[in-house]
Design a protein around this ligand. Structure first.
Ligand code: PXP
Length: 241
């Protein structure tokens, strides 16, 4: 069965609106765990717009599940991640001016750089993932770079204008999953998934994790964190393996 891993970045977004101490993403992460999240994800961005170094440290020390660390492939982030030793690192592209991660990492032609970047993580027992589009060339390159996981970008599926376009995006993702599995990669999915579009994956086998943040935190504003996480976790628990 796929599992739910909750991204708590946007609790920190609200906190940083006042540069204060509340709401605390660490508290939110603990509530998410109690409600069934199987892991917690944070993205420490270069500009520290939401998650702060202190959050990463406290989560690493206090989570009972696993810390997943999203990061750009920079020297600074590599140093922090190797010191923190999360359960998994996921390399994402990062642009200062973007509102959120806009697309997958471009791995084609960068296999050697990525492989060198990931080697110290593999040597330290940290799992590695590359966030990429459902494009066979990117999946091939991710495998050549030696990643253990790929996280397939579901943003185009989530943003599709109509039913037909959404179906086409879904088909691309499903072929991407099969392609990645054929190369021995494990597959996670994430970006833009919510309580409605998640059902598109209910009969798709071979998904390890769903990485979901914004829709859960948005619902939690009204229902509370535990209720919002439990509602998503209950949906995913009925999906095929
Ligand atoms: N996966 C990756 C690689 C991401 O960058 C993000 C957004 O930070 C997510 C998943 C979660 O996306 P969302 O907040 O839209 O659920």
């Amino acid at each position: 069965m796929p599992v739910l891993v909750v991204n708590v970045d946007h609790i920190a977004t609200i906190r940083q609106a006042r540069m204060g101490v509340e709401p605390d993403p660490v508290t939110g992460a603990h509530l998410a765990e109690m409600a069934g999240a199987r892991g917690i994800i944070v993205h420490l961005r270069e500009d520290r717009r939401h998650i702060q170094d202190r959050d990463v440290q406290l989560l690493r020390e206090t989570l009972k599940t696993n810390l997943h660390f999203e990061m750009a492939a920079t020297g600074e982030m590599q140093r922090i991640a190797l010191k923190t030793k999360p359960y998994m690192v996921c390399l994402v592209p990062e642009k200062r001016e973007e509102l959120t991660t806009e697309g997958g990492l471009d791995c084609v032609g960068r296999e050697k750089i990525l492989s060198d970047f990931l080697t110290p993580f593999h040597e330290s027992g940290v799992r590695s993932s590359l966030f990429i589009d459902a494009d066979p060339r990117q999946i091939d390159a991710a495998a050549r770079a030696g990643a253990e996981y790929v996280e397939i970008h579901t943003g185009h599926y989530a943003d599709a204008a109509g039913h037909k376009e959404r179906q086409q995006e879904l088909e691309k993702i499903v072929s991407g999953i099969r392609h990645a599995q054929g190369l021995g990669l494990k597959v996670n999915l994430g970006h833009g998934l919510n309580y409605h579009n998640i059902f598109g994956f209910s009969k798709v086998s071979g998904i390890h994790e769903f990485s979901i943040g914004h829709s859960i935190i948005s619902r939690a504003v009204f229902t509370g964190m535990a209720e919002a996480v439990k509602a998503m976790s209950d949906i995913i628990q009925n999906f095929v393996e």
